[in-house]
Design a protein around this ligand. Structure first.
Ligand code: FAD
Ligand code: EPU
Length: 347
């Protein structure tokens, strides 16, 4: 048993949530982490481009992928250690993230509730340090297990060495080097719930929940997300297309003085995050459509594929959006999804 299966010239259209057409020269489905060392002995993987592909919910294919797409299918989960107050949960990379959230909540563990319904795999979660409604996965990661291409070994990397930041990590910065194979998360049995993000308390009240538990928060956030974001199964998209721009406090104050309605959020190290959605909407893009490439009618930060848009068309639209925000507000927008087959080049 090699632990992997290879196929040539594979369509990626059903493997990215933008649902754009693209092909990979080769695809490797991997069912065991210890098979990676053997797989990466092949010259094509040792020397050529490799794309670790999860559920494709944070990717834009602007062209075909000329190398090997590696998909991890192992999806085991379990509690590896437990004390009175918390448990250490180990989940393998191929598990669906929202299934893991549900699995932990069903066992009375909390922490992941604010990140309910984020699409994608467990293995991708640390790549951009997924986050939502005031919580990021990095807060709970104890160890990331990852295959290191240059040494051919699976390493255990402590959270403090993962370089987690806002939509950022060591693994994202060194995307050619790491294949994340599993995560270990330390989850408490009780904690103060984080309910401060706009709309969460209101949603709980609308559900008739006076004393919320973590499962209720997950349900409230799932409801908000379902209303606010287009469902990729219905309308192709990759969630937020741009990161919220991070600026220093003085710049944020100047901008707020000029544009009093601009939402400004606290960032790390005294910095501020500006709402990219607001900047894009102010430039008139919300609901825009040209051919099948467009901007969601319900959220200005979400680019959508109405049917047959190509990755190149979506990328062209993204560039025009960023250029207009730059011209009107002097702020650079940086894409959140990884773009395959083209460079974005922030205007
Ligand atoms: P993919 O899209 O397949 O890959 C994304 C990147 O991670 C690529 O660079 C890929 O090479 C790399 N990668 C994937 N798996 C591995 C691995 N095992 N080892 C090494 N590299 C790997 N994100 C948030 O943070 N918060 C949100 O609230 C949120 N909401 C979203 C809503 C919608 C509707 C959509 C479509 C997306 C949203 N996203 C959000 C983005 C997306 O869900 C996350 O980035 C998710 O982690 C991507 O998982 P994936 O398995 O689809 O990864
Ligand atoms: N807004 C607009 N116009 C819009 C939509 C929103 O002006 O069309 C304003 C709202 O008024 C609100 C602000 O933008 O004050 C923030 O909106 P929202 O709460 O929807 O959050 P966001 O900043 O747009 C971020 C993440 C999301 C995450 C939510 C909730 C980024 C790039 N995006 O979006 O993550 O789910 O917060 O925490 O940080 C993703 O990464 O793909 C993603 C969906």
């Amino acid at each position: 048993m090699s632990g992997y299966q290879l196929a040539e010239n594979v369509s990626l259209a059903g493997r990215n949530t933008f649902r754009v057409a693209a092909r990979a020269a080769m695809m490797a489905d991997v069912s065991r982490a210890d098979a990676l060392a053997g797989l990466f002995e092949f010259a094509m993987l040792r020397e050529g481009p490799v794309l670790v592909l999860g559920e494709g919910s944070n990717l834009l294919f602007a062209g075909d992928f000329p190398g090997v797409a590696v998909c991890l299918t192992m999806a085991g989960v379990g509690i590896v250690q437990e004390d009175g107050g918390s448990a250490l949960v180990r989940a393998e990379a191929g598990m669906n993230w929202n299934d893991l959230v549900g699995w932990t909540l069903a066992r009375g563990l909390c922490g992941l509730e604010n990140m309910a319904l984020i699409p994608g795999t467990v293995g991708a979660a640390p790549i951009q340090n997924i986050g939502a409604y005031g919580v990021e996965v990095g807060e709970f990661v104890e160890t990331v297990e990852a295959f290191q291409r240059d040494t051919g070994q699976v390493k255990r990397i402590a959270a403090t060495d993962c370089g987690f930041g806002y939509r950022d990590s060591l693994f994202k910065r060194e995307s050619e080097r790491w294949v994340v194979t599993a995560l270990e998360l330390r989850l408490p049995r009780e904690r103060d719930l984080r309910l401060d993000y706009a709309g969460v308390k209101e949603e709980l009240a609308a559900m008739g929940i006076a004393t919320p538990r973590a499962v209720h928060v997950a349900e409230a956030i799932s409801r908000i997300r379902t209303r606010k974001l287009p469902n990729p199964a219905v309308l192709g998209n990759a969630g937020s297309f741009f990161k919220n721009p991070v600026v220093d406090a003085a710049t944020a104050e100047t901008m707020k003085a000029e544009h009093p309605l601009l939402p400004v959020f606290p960032g790390s190290d005294g910095q501020r995050k500006l709402s990219a959605a607001w900047l894009i909407e102010a430039c008139g893009w919300k609901g825009f459509r040209e051919g099948d490439a467009g901007v969601a009618a319900q959220h200005a930060l979400v680019l959508v594929n109405h049917g047959q848009a190509s990755g190149a068309q979506l990328l062209d639209l993204a560039r025009r959006i960023a250029a207009s925000v730059r011209e009107r507000f002097g702020v650079a927008l940086e894409p959140e999804p990884r773009i395959i087959g083209a460079r974005f080049d922030t205007p």
